[in-house]
Design a protein. Structure first.
Length: 62
């Protein structure tokens, strides 16, 4: 579930998500139901309080 998004002039659109079930990996195709579009995230990560890039995000992580 995407709960917020911002635009970064260097990285483009950053989506803040909550993983309810499963996991998301960088490079994995995702489908946005509301717009019926497919996207491929270049990076995934979490806050520590800075952004930390990781290989995947699992359920429960924000």
């Amino acid at each position: 579930m995407i709960f917020d998004s911002v635009y970064d002039p260097y990285k483009g659109v950053l989506a803040y998500v909550k993983i309810v079930d499963g996991e998301i990996k960088a490079g994995e195709k995702l489908h946005l139901i509301h717009t019926d579009n497919n996207i491929v995230p270049i990076e995934v990560g979490y806050f520590t309080p800075d952004c930390k890039v990781d290989k995947l995000l699992k359920e429960g992580q924000i």
